[in-house]
Design a protein around this ligand. Structure first.
Ligand code: G3H
Ligand code: 13P
Ligand code: ZN
Length: 321
């Protein structure tokens, strides 16, 4: 599948669905990292270059508004030009409408998510299908969502008690009737830094079941930050307050990947590392006011953290020659 809107046709754009199916069949996952600015993008790409790992860079509506869509796409295209051998999928995270997905595709994204999971099942199908019809005609792949995650997204807040896990029978119908490419499933994770009041509680058997009933659909795990406690401690030590922050155990993520999760969404951990490193410089060097002197260390540490994630996901050295 080719993206006819790829504004840089000299670059090899591998079919994103092939990359995702390779991951699913190979028992590893592609990290999908949210980007909001240059430093975060550079750090994530540098980590994937160092590890020779395929990559998804995703933009939420909030990121697109904050930095300007073209600005972020141009930063990514610039990174692609520097590392043409690295496959980068540019993905719309939590698209809220057909219009959002169209504007993403027009801006050069080759993968979009339509998140109509808050609507009744039949409306979710209809809204997802209209995006699939538009996107597939342009050679762009589509992620849909079934079930509801807890936590906060820009356009919807879901209390943990209202979160509804993905039903396998509904998933079969949803995939068949929408024609989507990848499925975001609710398995007990949530967005943000406070995922579990007690221990990590993710329904891995549900992943196993979903993989059985929709074997040709790569599964997507949202809310996959592990909220590493070493960074929570740095934030708290240097004047922040993230008491009680908790993420998904890395061993649980690795297990879900073994059973068919092929795309793992991570945003909170990037924010956490950046905040920890900037706070550290501000407190340890109160006279410092050159942004490069605190954004630089933050960028370096994000790269280190992302390299570790790649090891957890098993995606190192999976770039095809
Ligand atoms: O799904 C949530 C992502 O972390 C994006 O968050 O809407 O604040 O950019 P955002
Ligand atoms: P986290 O908040 O766990 O990083 O999840 C991000 C996400 O799912 C983006 O779609
Ligand atoms: Zn998400």
């Amino acid at each position: 599948m080719e993206n006819p809107l790829n504004p840089f046709p000299q670059m090899i754009v591998q079919n994103p669905l092939d990359l995702m199916m390779d991951a699913k069949n190979g028992g590893y996952a592609i990290g999908a990292f949210n980007v909001n600015n240059m430093e975060i993008t550079q750090a994530i790409v540098a980590a994937h270059v160092a590890k020779n790992a395929p990559l998804i860079l995703q933009l939420s509506n909030g990121a697109r508004k904050y930095a300007n869509t073209k600005m972020l796409v141009d930063i990514i295209k610039s990174m692609e030009a520097q590392y043409p051998e690295l496959p980068i999928i540019i993905h719309q995270d939590h698209g809220d409408s057909l219009e959002t997905c169209i504007s993403a595709i027009e801006a050069g994204f080759n993968s979009v998510m339509i998140d109509a999971s808050a609507f009744p099942f039949s409306e979710n199908i209809a809204k997802t299908k209209e995006v699939v019809d538009f996107a597939h005609a342009k050679g762009v792949i589509v992620e849909g969502e079934l079930g509801t995650l807890g936590g906060i997204e820009e356009h919807v807040k879901v209390d943990a008690k209202d979160a509804r896990l993905t039903d396998p029978e509904e998933a079969v119908k949803f995939v068949r009737e929408t024609g989507l490419d990848t499925l975001a499933c609710a398995i007990g994770t949530s967005h943000g830094a406070y995922k579990f009041a007690g221990g990590c509680n993710v329904d891995v058997p549900r992943v196993v079941k979903l993989s059985e009933v929709i074997p040709n659909t790569p599964l997507v795990m949202h809310g996959s930050s592990s909220v590493p406690q070493e960074y929570v401690e740095i934030v708290n030590k240097y004047g922040g307050d993230l008491a009680g922050a908790k993420g998904v155990d890395e061993s649980t993520i690795a297990e879900a990947v073994q059973y068919g999760v092929a795309k793992v969404n991570i945003d909170t951990d990037l924010r956490l590392v950046m905040t920890a490193m900037i706070r550290k410089v501000f407190i340890e060097e109160p006279k410092q006011f050159d942004p490069r002197k605190y954004l630089g260390p933050a960028r370096d540490e994000i790269q280190k953290m992302v390299e570790h994630k790649i090891d957890v996901l098993g995606s190192a050295n999976k770039v095809r020659g």
